[in-house]
Design a protein around this ligand. Structure first.
Ligand SMILES: [Zn+2]
Length: 214
């Protein structure tokens, strides 16, 4: 009986040492500045194991201000190698209040992905990002390019818009008249200011500031 206990004790000790060494290996992946800032916790969900640095795109430096400390569970979902787990990301309700812009940006993007959930939508509504941080959050990553009409309404592919002034169509004698409806518009995926549509049978590019959603 005693022998069994000895053996068990040894096993527990070994396991403890293994955990300890593992932890120090993980810590070595993280710069001292990040380790201090994050208190060696995932900056999204506060997990303490399997931590790594993650640069929040489109930033590509290894400066601490461009990086967050994340656990492997969060990282897999950020990089979409694992399906998103809504319950896991309830943690965003706390991380969104971080004072670190990189953590705010990552929280914002994940909340955007979860926007169909009421709680995520509420969180986004409460979230405040300064201009530079919001620009970062909306740049690259998977945030969409948002097209807005002259009133700030969001436009979608297939919408019908009305021209709010006469427009001379470049490279033709056509004038697209104020009040003309343009049906089934297409959004330029790379430029939030451009949409495309047909006026008088002619395919034209229109600036979003000259249209109004119907
Ligand atoms: Zn995490």
């Amino acid at each position: 009986m005693i022998r069994v206990f000895d053996w068990l004790e040894l096993l527990v000790k070994k396991f403890y040492l293994w955990c300890k060494s593992n932890k120090s290996i993980h810590k070595m992946n993280i710069s001292t500045a990040l380790e201090t800032r994050s208190e060696s916790k995932c900056e999204l969900c506060s997990a303490t194991n399997d931590l790594t640095e993650h640069t929040v795109p489109p930033k590509n430096s290894d400066k601490p201000e461009d990086q967050i400390v994340v656990c492997s569970t969060c990282l897999a979902q950020i990089e979409e190698t694992s399906p998103i787990d809504t319950n896991h990301f309830r943690c965003l309700n706390e991380s969104m209040w971080s004072t670190v812009p990189a953590v705010q940006v990552q929280s914002y993007r994940l909340l955007k992905k979860l926007e169909s959930e009421g709680w995520a939508q509420d969180a986004l509504g409460m979230m405040y990002l300064d201009d530079a941080t919001l620009e970062w959050a909306q740049a690259g990553g998977d945030a969409k390019v948002l097209h807005k009409d002259s009133n700030g309404n969001i436009l979608e592919n297939g919408d019908t818009v009305t021209l709010i002034q006469d427009l001379n169509v470049k490279g033709s004698s056509l004038t697209a008249k104020r009040g003309v409806a343009v049906r089934r518009i297409r959004l330029d995926p790379n430029n939030a200011e451009y949409i495309e549509g047909k006026v008088d049978g002619q395919h034209i590019v229109i600036l979003t500031k000259f249209v109004k959603k119907q």
